[in-house]
Write a new protein. Sequence first.
Length: 247
Amino acid sequence: MHTIVLATQKGGSGKSTLAIGLALAARQAGFSVRLIETDPQGTLSNWQRRRDTDEPVVEPIYYAADFEPRLKMLADSGLQIAIVDTAAGLSAVTTAAIRYSDLCLIPTRPTVADIEATASTLSVARAWKRPYSFVLNQTPIRGQRIDNATHTLAEEAALDLADVLARPLIVMRNDHQDALANGLAVSEYAPNGKSAAEIRGLWRWIENRLELEATTNVLIDQVMSAADGVLLAAAEHELDETTTPAS
Ligand SMILES: Nc1ncnc2c1ncn2[C@@H]1O[C@H](COP(=O)(O)OP(=O)(O)OP(=O)(O)O)[C@@H](O)[C@H]1O
Ligand SMILES: [Mg+2]
């Protein structure tokens, strides 16, 4: 199982919106997914109540001590992806979520105040030696503001930005807000829209970052070799029947 956590100090940066968007993009890519809600504000549970379907399941975990055992149970049950939405600020449960994550996504709007507010989340991810990436969200379509933001993030991370800035950037568009209001993810609300395409692209970037493709390919190899075995057995059986004289 891979656990992806969305966390940042700053409220309204898009943690819940991205958690929902990515959960549906991962489902559409064929993964089993559960949304974990650690934010008592209940954005995900409220969204789930507006849906016509129970999928993806939204599971609340509000206490830090519950986090690791519950995650282990989910992993043992065969779940492939857990996506964790956290509250703004840095609570004990958020710290636990980051500690047990396979990837900590830090969404930020392209403003100085928002980028500065990522520092505390970044330091927790680094302290627990967890992989992290920034997601620039609610950006204008293009412009100087984006260039400045990416430059500042590169300095903050002191790393090659190609590794730590998730792609594509997620542009500010009404589709995200309208989807959530209707109990949908953006890929369900406007599947052919640009926002849905960006979120699908972001999921693919995450797959690569986590090397999920490799896991999927291993599974495909296993299925193919099992299928080969069955075909071989069937061919041998057929050969037996044609070559063994009837008694
Ligand atoms: N790319 C986007 N384009 C337009 N609106 C967006 C985008 N991302 C998020 N929003 C909107 O911004 C607001 C805040 O987003 P969201 O609730 O996901 O942030 P959050 O980080 O989870 O907030 P909180 O810290 O309160 O939990 C919501 O109204 C949401 O619809
Ligand atoms: Mg939220």
